[in-house]
Design a protein around this ligand. Sequence first.
Ligand code: SF4
Length: 74
Amino acid sequence: MAAKLEKRLTNKMKAPIVELSDCIVCGVCVETCPQVFRLNDTGYIEVVDLAVYPEPEVNDAIKYCPVDCIHWDS
Ligand code: SF4
C-alpha cells in the first residue's frame, strides 16, 4: 500500500526539463508533444505546468530532439 502511494507521488513529481543552453529551437518537441512543450514570447521553449505529464509523448520528444537536451527530472 505504502509502495503504491509512493509510486503515485513519484510519478506526479516527474516532469520534463529542457536544457535551454543546448536547445536550438528546432520546434520538434512542440510538433511532437504540443500539450507539454511550447515556444514562449521570448523565443525559448518552455514546459507547460501540468500535474501529470503524458509519458509516451514526452519520451517521443526526448527521442526526436536532435541535440538531446530534454530529460526527465524527478
Ligand atoms: S526538440 Fe530539442 S532542440 Fe528542438 S526545440 Fe525542442 S528542446 Fe529545443
